[in-house]
Design a protein around this ligand. Structure first.
Ligand code: TXA
Ligand code: MG
Length: 317
């Protein structure tokens, strides 16, 4: 079994494997990551091949602290300001690569920016400290599938190709980090997450754009509509499911006659719903009795914006 409990020995083993160019799955506060040495082209390439990614989307590079980030990217005032408030945490900054940056160009998908994140999860931090290298890590799922929020999900996705899955329990946040592009004139929220647009705007004291506001080229190729798909069709904003559909409910207003097969949060707590979203989709997807997954309406406020973003992608697959 390659799911390992976390202790000094297993952290050391995982760090050694990473330094040698191998891949390790590890927990973060958002979702589990599939990590490889971000400065090693071959390691980064093997991340893409393990995931079966059809194209080279840029990967998030995880670092232990700001000092480490500054070795690879042009840190700026905006990043500094946001870090004071949100680092370490579930926020990814897109920043210009430093010339001569050791980060593999493949992790930047050939571009001139790097996605940098300082994770808060203790296991991720220990691993980064022990390995002493930046770790490129997309979510540890096969391409096009929902992100794993528990070690057993990673095992289901990639258990056959991964020598080490560090088990840090269930992820607290449950959806991927907020991604904000700080590399250009215009600051753009590329992916909503638990840290909201409003929080970022408040902390920077300026308005920022979202992808919807920005026309033209797709800045973040990893944000393809089909990124988060279970195998079953997903229907969202459903007040009453069709017979045969599995229901992903929210709140206590479950329609009469519908069997709430899984409730993201009976109390209507959006944070709890976010933490359960991917495991809920995964569970209904596995139960072979359903024709589709019907999801009740989720309020489009706060972290509900990120939940609805992921659900719309799942629906569009
Ligand atoms: O919570 C998370 O962010 C998790 C954990 C493991 O840290 N990671 C994750 O990585 O979700 P991934 O590869 O599944 O998603 C990375 C997102 C993609 O949408 C990608 O396009 C965007 O970040 N991204 C990364 N680097 C970028 C860059 N240089 N420019 C634009 N977008 C970038
Ligand atoms: Mg992903």
């Amino acid at each position: 079994m390659n799911i390992l409990p976390v202790n000094r020995t297993t952290i050391k083993k995982a760090a050694g494997l990473l330094r040698a160019g191998g891949l390790v799955a590890f927990p973060t506060e958002t979702v589990y990551g599939l990590g490889g040495d971000a400065t090693n082209d071959l390691a980064v390439a093997s991340i893409f091949s393990a995931k079966g990614r059809p194209q080279f989307n840029p990967l998030i590079v995880h670092v232990h602290d700001i000092e480490m980030a500054k070795k690879f990217v042009a840190w700026n005032d905006l990043a500094e300001k946001l870090s004071e408030k949100f680092s370490p945490g579930p926020l990814t900054f897109i920043l210009p690569r430093l010339s001569g940056s050791e980060i593999s160009l493949l992790a930047s998908a050939g571009g001139d920016t790097v996605g940098i994140r300082i994770p808060a999860h203790e296991v991720a931090r220990e691993l980064l400290k022990e390995a002493g290298i930046p770790i490129a890590a997309p979510s540890a799922n096969r391409s096009g599938r929902v992100s794993p929020t528990a070690a057993r999900h990673v095992y289901e996705e990639l258990g056959d190709v991964l020598p080490i899955i560090l088990d840090g329990g269930e992820c607290e946040v449950g959806i991927e980090s907020t991604v904000v592009d700080l590399s250009g004139e215009e600051i753009i929220l590329l992916r909503p997450g638990i840290i909201t647009r409003e929080q970022i705007e408040r902390s920077l004291g300026i308005c920022i754009s979202t992808l919807n506001d920005v026309s033209g080229e797709l800045k973040s190729p990893g944000l393809l509509a089909s990124h988060y798909a279970p195998s079953l069709p997903v229907r969202i904003n459903i007040d009453m499911p069709n017979p045969g559909e599995g229901l992903l409910a929210f709140g206590d207003n479950v329609p009469v006659g519908a069997k709430a097969t899984l409730n993201l949060s009976p109390n209507g707590d959006l944070k709890e719903a976010a933490a359960r979203l991917f495991s809920g989709l995964r569970e209904l997807d596995k139960a072979e009795e359903y024709s589709a997954i019907a999801v009740m309406p989720i309020p489009d406020t706060g972290i509900g914006i990120a939940i609805n973003d992921r659900l719309r992608r799942a629906e569009k697959r």
